[in-house]
Design a protein around this ligand. Structure first.
Ligand SMILES: [Zn+2]
Length: 569
C-alpha cells in the first residue's frame, strides 16, 4: 500500500471505525445520567429541535435531549428521575439587565411597586415604619410619578408618615429620590443649596426644596445613609438568590453594583449558595475609563472567569429617563418648558471611551433612553467598530425606549443588541402616564419598538432592570406579547404593532440574552452539551390565554444539574 493511497483512504476508514465503535457503544451501554427530567413538554429554544420530552443530565450538563423513550436508556438505578407531569419546561431564564445588589437589598425595604395613589403609598410606608421602629432610616422604592399630583412627590406627604427619622423613597426608575424634611435637614439642603452637576433639587415657586431630587441630586442625601456592612450585603444577596431561583432566573447581566460585590458573590459561590450565573459589567462614568479602571477590570477578569462569575464588559450611562424629563431627546419635550434633557457625557469623550472599550475586545452596554442618546450610542458603536476592525464585541443599547425612526434599522445593520425590559412598557396609566405626556403623540408611536428592531434584523435581549421592576420575567413576557397592562388594558394593546411573538419573547429571555453575554454556546437553550439550566413551570404559556402568562409559577428550577428551587416527586 502506497503512502499516497493510505493517506487518501485513512480518513474514511477512521470514520467507519469510529461509527462502528459508536454503534457498539450505543448497544452496550449509554453513560448513566445523574438526573433525567421526563414526561415533559420541553420548549428547547434550539431551532433544530424546538420540542422534546426528556432531558438527561450528567456533570452539570445536558447529556441528551429528546424522546422520553430514548432518555430511559441513560437511566441507571442511581439516576434521579424527575417526572414533570406533562408540564412545560423552558431553558433557565436569562435576565439581561439587573442591579442584583440593590435589587437584593430592596427585598428588605418598603415596596411601593404597583401603588397608584398617595394614600396607598403613605399606608405602605406607615406600616413599614411601624414594624421597623429601630431602623435609623426608612427606605423604600417603587413609586411612580403619576401617583402624585403634579407628577412629582413632595416632602409633606412623607413627613406625615415619617416625622421622626430621615426617610428616602426611590422612584421605581431609580432616577429620582423623594425625601422628607428630616433627610433634607440632615443633608443641609435648603433654598441656598446649589444643584449638583447632572442633578436637580426640585423647588417650589419660592425656591424651597420640595423633597424631590432628580438624578445626581439624590446623592446629596443618600451619602448620609450608613453603608451596609459586607455581612448585611451578603445576607441580602442570599435573599436575592432565593428570589431568582423562585422565579426561574438562572443567569443575569449585572449592570451596576455587582462589580463592587464580586468578592461577596465569590463567597456565596464557595459555600455553594450561588444559584444564578453572573456576567458582571464595570461601570464607567464621564470622562472615561482610567488606567486604574482597566487594572481593576483585568484583575477581576483574571480571578472570575468561569460559568458562574465572569466579567461582561463596561456599562456606561448616557442619559436619564423620559418620565422626569432627564432623557436626552433630539427635539424638546412636550411638557418640560422646551428642555431636551441632556447627555451625561460630552459626545467626543463618550465616543473615545467606547472606542477604547471595543479596542480591548470588550462589550459596551450603554444606558440610552432618549432618541438623542440612542443616536449617539449607535454613532459611537459604528465608529468604534470601524476602528476596531469589527470585532465580535456585541455592543448593547440598554432600554432604547424611544428610538428615532431612522435609527431603528441601525441595530440590525450594526449588530447592536437592544437590551429591552418589556415590563417597563406596561401601559398602566400611573406607570406610563408621564412618559406618554412628555414625549407627545408623534414620538409615542415609537415607544419600546421591539418588533421594529427585530424586523430590521436587530437582536433583542430582555430583562427587568431589577429593582426598577420585579425580577420576575413572567409579567415581562406577558407585556411583550400583549402590550396590555396586567388587567388587560387597553384591550388589544398599546401600540400593538410593537408586540412580539411568544417565541421571540422567550428567545429574548433565554438564548438571546445568552448571546448578549457571549454565552450562547454554553447556555440559553436545552441542548445536549450545554449547561443543565432549566425550569419546570405551572402552566403551558404556549397554550393559555396570553393575559394569564404573568401568573406563571416556577415549579422547579435547575441550575447546572442541581435543583435550586422546588421539588417534584
Ligand atoms: Zn439599570
Amino acid at each position: 500500500m502506497s503512502r499516497t493511497k493510505l493517506s487518501r483512504t485513512s480518513p474514511a476508514l477512521a470514520l467507519l471505525a469510529a461509527l462502528l465503535l459508536f454503534m457498539a457503544g450505543c448497544q452496550a451501554k449509554k453513560p448513566a445520567a445523574e438526573t433525567v427530567v421526563t414526561n415533559a413538554r420541553i420548549y428547547t429554544v434550539d431551532a433544530a429541535r424546538p420540542w422534546a420530552e426528556a432531558a438527561a443530565v450528567k456533570d452539570g450538563r445536558f447529556l441528551f435531549v429528546g424522546s422520553a423513550k430514548e432518555a430511559k436508556r441513560f437511566q441507571s438505578k442511581d439516576t434521579k428521575v424527575i417526572d414533570a407531569g406533562g408540564r412545560l419546561v423552558l431553558p433557565g431564564l436569562v435576565d439581561s439587565h439587573v442591579h442584583f445588589v440593590s435589587g437584593s437589598a430592596s427585598l428588605a425595604k418598603v415596596d411601593l411597586s404597583g401603588t397608584k395613589t398617595v394614600q396607598e403609598i403613605q399606608e405602605r410606608i406607615r406600616t413599614f415604619a411601624g414594624e421597623n421602629p429601630s431602623a435609623p432610616w426608612v427606605q423604600g422604592r417603587g413609586w411612580m410619578y403619576a401617583a402624585f399630583p403634579g407628577g412629582l412627590p413632595e416632602k409633606k406627604f412623607l413627613d406625615e408618615v415619617v416625622p421622626d427619622r430621615p426617610a428616602i423613597m426611590r422612584c421605581a426608575d431609580g432616577h429620582t429620590s423623594w425625601v422628607n424634611s428630616r433627610a433634607l435637614a440632615m443633608a443641609g439642603i435648603n433654598r441656598g443649596t446649589l444643584d449638583p452637576k447632572n442633578g436637580t433639587i426640585v423647588r417650589d415657586g419660592g425656591g424651597e426644596p420640595t423633597g424631590a431630587l432628580l438624578e445626581e441630586a439624590s446623592s446629596l442625601v443618600s451619602k448620609f445613609i450608613p453603608e451596609p456592612t459586607p455581612e448585611e450585603t451578603l445576607a441580602a444577596l442570599r435573599r436575592g438568590m432565593a428570589e431568582a431561583a423562585r422565579l426561574g432566573v438562572v443567569r443575569v447581566h449585572g449592570m451596576g453594583g455587582e462589580f463592587e460585590a464580586l468578592e461577596l458573590l465569590d463567597r456565596l459561590r464557595g459555600e455553594g449558595s450561588l444559584t444564578a450565573r453572573f456576567s458582571v459589567t464595570m461601570w464607567v462614568d464621564s470622562p472615561g475609563p482610567t488606567e486604574k479602571d482597566w487594572k481593576a477590570y483585568e484583575d477581576a477578569r483574571a480571578k472570575h472567569n468561569d460559568e458562574w462569575i465572569s466579567l461582561g464588559g463596561v456599562k456606561l450611562m448616557l442619559d436619564g429617563v423620559i418620565d422626569s424629563g432627564t432623557a436626552a431627546m433630539l427635539d424638546p419635550y412636550e411638557t418640560q418648558r422646551g428642555s431636551r434633557g441632556k447627555l451625561f457625557w460630552e459626545p467626543a469623550a463618550f465616543k473615545k471611551a467606547v472606542a477604547e472599550i471595543n479596542a480591548r475586545g470588550l462589550q459596551a452596554s450603554t444606558h440610552a433612553i432618549g432618541d438623542a442618546a440612542i443616536r449617539l450610542a449607535l454613532d459611537a458603536y459604528e465608529e468604534a467598530a470601524r476602528a476596531a476592525g469589527n470585532r465580535d464585541v456585541r455592543n448593547k443599547v440598554e432600554h432604547a425606549e424611544d428610538i428615532a425612526a431612522d435609527d431603528i434599522p441601525r441595530f440590525g445593520r450594526l449588530g447592536v443588541i437592544a437590551g429591552f425590559q418589556p415590563f417597563h412598557a406596561n401601559p398602566e396609566p400611573v406607570w406610563m402616564g408621564s412618559w406618554v405626556e412628555n414625549v407627545g403623540p408623534e414620538r409615542e408611536q415609537r415607544a419600546f419598538a421591539w418588533k421594529a428592531v427585530l424586523d430590521g434584523g436587530g437582536r433583542l435581549a430582555f430583562g427587568s432592570d431589577w429593582p426598577v421592576v420585579t425580577l420576575s420575567p413572567w409579567p415581562g413576557l406577558q407585556v411583550a406579547v400583549t402590550r396590555e397592562d396586567l388587567d388587560g388594558k387597553p384591550a388589544g394593546g398599546w401600540l400593538p404593532q410593537h408586540k412580539v411573538s411568544l417565541a421571540d419573547a422567550v428567545y429574548a429571555y433565554t438564548l438571546g440574552g445568552a448571546y448578549g453575554m457571549h454565552r450562547e454556546k454554553e447556555e440559553g437553550s436545552v441542548e445536549a452539551g450545554k449547561l443543565a439550566d432549566l425550569v419546570i413551570v405551572s402552566q403551558d404559556i404556549f397554550e393559555i390565554e396570553p393575559r394569564q402568562i404573568a401568573k406563571t409559577e416556577v415549579v422547579l428550577t435547575m441550575v447546572g444539574g442541581r435543583v435550586v428551587h422546588g421539588a417534584l416527586k
